[in-house]
Design a protein around this ligand. Structure first.
Ligand SMILES: Cc1ncc(COP(=O)(O)O)c(C=O)c1O
Length: 299
């Protein structure tokens, strides 16, 4: 954390199973199923100007992710929307990051956990830029990860499930140890997949190329960027991309709720320029997330 303040010791309140509790009291027991067996799903949302961008899509994905892990989040999507808005208002921020998380509790402590209560908490904090702002403008440097995204027959890859982030943390740590900002992961077949918290796009001959999201998160930002590109008349090609092809791409950017649209200057030995299409989509995205523009982005 830039301000050095640990996440379990901050001012404010967290929405916890239907009520607000002081931030520092929002605790779970060590014998919580989710802590031992990764039975948790979460969302990352951003509020701009007091409004949470694509909140409904995020909160529906939270419910869908829970179903993929075999549990029902005990709130409707409307209730989760209202709780996110209430938490944002309570924290008093206009621009902020919103983190709902649902998890299996403590009634059973073993692999089987059918009777465990499903909990939901929502925390809101200020998270200005996911990457160093100066580096972001020049384009961030990314390494190739050694770990791969799993076959969808190995893990529920459409779920934003905590367990799937073990691979991301391993990859991100390895990249940061070498001085890179992030890592690009291949999938189980050796095709380009995604970064540790964002989807990836490439530019070649005026068209956008991005991997088909058949074993990783089809990001809400990814879909927004595809819509913005099409609105500009930019061709978008979703297909299998092999790592050898990186040499043929002129521009590259990654996108996600936290990362927004971030240009990439290097992936291991490959170099990219921060070109016009990347800059245009960075600006279009920044405009789209502001409250008065959301209707345009959704169109
Ligand atoms: C692994 C991974 N891929 C992709 C994304 C982008 O998803 P979204 O645009 O819905 O935030 C994220 C962001 O949460 C992520 O963690």
């Amino acid at each position: 954390m830039a301000d050095g303040q640990p996440f379990d010791n901050r001012p404010g309140e967290i929405w916890f199973d239907g009520a607000f509790v002081p931030w520092n009291d929002a605790k779970v027991h060590v014998l919580t199923h989710a802590l031992h067996y990764a039975s948790a799903v979460f969302e990352g949302e951003r509020a701009y100007g007091g409004r949470i961008f694509k909140m409904r899509e995020h909160n529906q994905r939270l419910i869908d992710s829970g179903k993929l892990l075999g549990f029902d989040v005990p709130y409707t999507v409307e209730e989760i929307d209202r709780a996110c808005e209430a938490t944002l208002a309570r924290q008093g921020f206009q621009d902020a990051y919103v983190r709902p998380i649902a998890w299996r509790g403590s009634e059973m402590m073993g692999v089987a956990a059918q009777n465990n209560t499903i909990h939901l908490a929502i925390a809101v904090w200020q998270w200005p830029s996911y990457f160093d702002p100066a580096e972001r403008l020049k384009g961030i440097r990314i390494d190739m990860a050694e770990w791969r995204r799993p076959d969808p027959r190995t893990a529920p890859s459409k779920a934003k499930a905590t367990g799937l982030y073990m691979i991301c943390t391993l990859s991100k740590h390895a990249a940061e140890r070498k001085g890179y900002a992030d890592a690009l992961m291949l999938d189980w077949r050796g095709q380009v997949a995604e970064c540790t918290g964002a989807n990836v796009f490439f530019v070649k001959d005026g068209a956008l190329h991005t991997p088909t999201p058949d074993c990783f998160l089809d990001g809400i930002t990814r879909r927004t960027v595809i819509g913005l590109a099409k609105a500009r008349g930019i061709e978008v090609i979703e297909r299998a991309i092999m790592p050898e092809e990186l040499a043929s791409f002129e521009q590259c950017f990654i996108c996600g709720t936290a990362a927004e649209v971030t240009p990439v200057s290097e992936i291991a030995d490959y170099r990219f320029s921060v070109g016009d299409i990347t800059k245009t989509l960075m600006t279009d995205y920044a405009d789209a997330v502001r409250p008065q523009q959301e209707a345009v982005a959704a169109a």
